[in-house]
Unconditional design. Structure first.
Length: 207
């Protein structure tokens, strides 16, 4: 269990609910216990597994590495460190970078799709970017991935999207939910359906 799960405000320290069982492996278990003790809790360290390093025989032709835990970041051949590495979160991505992997991708991503609706000849996306990526790079990847899947499904080749796109940066006073509702209502305004529930090509994180 990660330390971020616990918040001392969630517990009444006058109650008996102060003892916390920590089942993660070492050395993380003891580190978590120390943080919890400093907050007035009574941690019980009882790891359910132990992580040991072993020599990895990497077969030829591996295109990338997927790390599901920081414990997996250990000695790898130099040639594999030059291949892309995908990590389940920022902490694991940081460990992979410090271990010498040159191209590390964080599963938290560089943008969040808040809402979208696909129209017959265009699409609307409501995106929230992080500070490291530009809108252009994210849109290009969305176009590339969706075009590739569409061509596979339709058994065709060639471009699907126009090169240009229109964007609008939301002002601080604009409501994300109101903008999402406006985007999703496009099929209604276009007369494609009378009820948005009858239109299959849309979604939003607030559902």
């Amino acid at each position: 269990m990660g330390p971020h799960i616990f918040d001392r405000r969630l517990f009444d320290k006058s109650s008996v609910l102060k003892r916390i069982l920590i089942t993660r492996s070492e050395p993380g278990a003891s580190a978590t216990a120390s943080r919890l003790s400093a907050q007035g809790f009574d941690p019980v360290v009882a790891p359910v597994l132990a992580v040991t390093q072993r020599t990895i025989q990497v077969p030829d032709g591996v295109a990338a590495t997927l790390f599901t835990s920081g414990n997996a970041v250990m000695d790898f051949p130099d040639w594999l460190r030059r291949r892309p590495a995908f990590a389940v979160g920022t902490a694991t991505a940081t460990l992979a970078s410090s271990a010498g992997f040159e191209s590390v991708h964080d599963a938290r991503g560089d943008a969040q799709m808040l809402a979208w609706v696909l129209m017959p000849d265009h699409v609307h996306w409501l995106l929230q970017l992080n500070e490291k990526q530009t809108l252009g790079s994210v849109v290009n990847r969305l176009k590339s991935a969706s075009a590739r899947q569409s061509n596979l499904a339709l058994r065709r080749q060639g471009s699907i999207w126009a090169k240009a796109y229109h964007d609008h940066a939301l002002r601080s006073e604009e409501s994300l939910i109101d903008v999402a509702r406006y985007i999703i209502a496009n099929p209604l305004r276009a007369g494609l359906v009378n009820n948005i529930g009858d239109y299959p090509f849309w979604n939003a994180v607030w559902l």
